[in-house]
Design a protein around this ligand. Structure first.
Ligand SMILES: Cc1cc2nc3c(=O)[nH]c(=O)nc-3n(C[C@H](O)[C@H](O)[C@H](O)COP(=O)(O)OP(=O)(O)OC[C@H]3O[C@@H](n4cnc5c(N)ncnc54)[C@H](O)[C@@H]3O)c2cc1C
Length: 457
């Protein structure tokens, strides 16, 4: 046995899990590759910390966003863990900017920021320092290939031949929005952990629920354009400068309007105060300068892009999957807190709160002694590449879906691939398309254009 607990992924969920497990006395192996979404978060972390707020009010907002698919018990667990999670992070040395902001569909100011609009990278810098202080954590840089599994999971095999056996394995590998061609995520967020969990027999669910960000630069090097810019008065226009949507509608409604719009869409800030833009939106101005656009003179082309994924490895409230020895936390888990649509800023809270819970369960559970072996490397002869897989799900499993397109994409995805990496991408994309096909009615972030009600209208 190399470690009591193997944590795969060092975003917020994996970091929280590793620290918690080490502080409970476990030896921890923490493995990761490139930075995932935690480092990219710009907004902040939601928690009911103000006197006029409460976990119950936070829960009501979360349930309203996620619809009937939320698990009310999981939501209550998440929101009541909010204030304690913030205190725990502070006890690790995390320093929040004071005050909290009212954002998205939160009915009260509830979102805590760090480092202004650099919340994710600031938070993760604190977490990495906290990890360095834990002698029980051994770090590895390697890419997950497969889980060591029979009836239970007893570790994992990584790139460069690294093989780690553990009494419990916690997946914290993030979501799968990075599989899409158009995405705000890192390419490392490709659902690999979820795919390997499914291959090891774990239940996965809700893969059809993908949240799209409505305003991402539509060009060779896409970047996210914050919603606060629309809040400050920027408008969405077509190529003739005509507005086609109320910019202050919720994120998914704006994404649908942009996706349904024929022709190109732009965000225009030409009428805004130059001082406001440079002081309040330095990131936006920097990104525009990089691509050679002056937003004070011309509108910026935009399109929706995959941003956050609600589906994943089904877990109970302590991160246990349906397979012994395997736990999941953060964006790769489907805990039931987000239902069909995530309330913004709940995901960092989920990652920290459920990462800790999964670690506590993993440390206290009887250690798995599995004799299993790593799954075979998938490889199929064909012509599909990872980039082509991204294009296929962009068009078939994007903001607006139809059964015909989903079936067509599934057939192409199953037609063949040229490498094991493309085989993984194609298998994960097939699971997303199959889940979207299996849900003929629109719900939350899953919108079918061909559902019977829409056709009747
Ligand atoms: C641009 C952007 C802005 C966002 N803003 C906010 C916000 O303001 N508030 C909020 O609550 N949420 C926000 N989110 C969502 C939030 O950041 C994520 O849901 C959350 O950070 C996920 O944390 P995680 O630890 O589960 O995964 P991640 O942070 O994605 O970490 C995944 C980890 O898994 C590792 N990994 C992945 N695959 C492998 C593999 N095959 N082998 C080994 N390691 C692997 C990676 O190296 C990484 O360490 C935002 C997301 C994006 C993309």
């Amino acid at each position: 046995m190399n470690a009591d607990v193997l944590v795969i992924g060092d975003g917020l969920a994996g970091s929280a899990a590793a620290i918690e497990a080490a502080r409970m006395g476990a030896s921890v192996a923490l493995v990761s590759t490139a930075h995932g979404s935690s480092d990219r978060a710009q907004g902040g972390i939601a928690a009911a910390t103000r006197p006029e707020d409460s976990p119950q009010l936070h829960a009501l907002d979360t349930l309203a966003a996620g619809g009937d698919l939320c698990d009310p018990g999981a939501v209550a667990m998440l929101t009541s863990a909010g204030p304690g999670t913030v205190q725990w992070l502070e006890s690790l040395g995390v320093h929040f900017d004071g005050g909290s902001a009212r954002e998205a569909a939160h009915s009260l100011p509830r979102v805590l920021h760090l480092g202004g609009d650099q919340s994710g990278s600031t938070l993760m810098a604190f977490m990495r320092t906290a990890i360095e202080r834990e002698p029980g954590i051994t770090r590895y840089g390697a890419r997950l290939q497969s889980l060591i599994a029979d009836d239970s999971v007893g570790g994992a095999v990584f790139s460069s031949g690294l093989r780690l056996r553990a009494g419990a394995t916690v997946l914290a590998t993030g979501g799968y929005a990075g599989l899409y061609g158009r995405t705000t995520n890192s390419r490392v967020s490709n659902g690999k952990g979820i795919l390997e969990a499914a291959r090891a027999g774990a239940r996965v669910a809700d893969l059809e629920f993908v949240q799209f960000h409505p305003t991402v630069f539509d060009g060779a090097r896409p970047f996210l354009i914050t919603e606060a810019l629309r809040g400050a008065g920027a408008i969405l226009v077509d190529e003739h400068g005509e507005r086609f949507v109320d910019e202050l509608l919720p994120r998914d409604q704006v994404a649908r309007a942009v996706a349904a719009h024929r022709g190109r869409a732009f965000i225009s800030a030409v009428h805004l105060d130059p001082d406001l833009l440079s002081h309040s939106f330095p990131n936006f101005m920097r990104n525009c300068a990089r691509i050679g656009i002056d937003p004070l003179r011309q509108p910026v082309p935009i399109a929706p892009a995959a941003h956050y994924t609600m589906g994943g490895v089904v877990t109970d409230l302590d991160g246990r999957s349906s397979v012994d020895g395997l736990y999941a936390a953060g964006e790769c888990a489907r805990t039931g807190v987000h239902g069909a649509n995530r309330l913004a800023s709940n995901s960092l809270l989920e990652a920290a709160a459920f990462g800790r819970r999964a670690a506590a369960a993993a440390v206290t559970a009887p250690k798995v002694r599995n004799a299993g072996h790593a799954g075979p490397k998938p490889w199929r002869r064909g012509s599909l590449t990872v980039a082509r897989v991204g294009e296929l799900i962009d068009s078939a499993a994007g903001v607006l879906r139809t059964g015909i397109e989903l079936k067509d994409a599934l057939a192409k995805l199953r037609s063949g691939v040229v490498s094991s990496v493309a085989a993984d991408a194609s298998d994960m994309a097939s699971m997303i398309c199959a889940a979207a096909l299996a849900r003929p009615a629109s719900l939350g972030a899953h919108q079918r254009q061909d559902e019977p009600d829409r056709i009747a209208v």
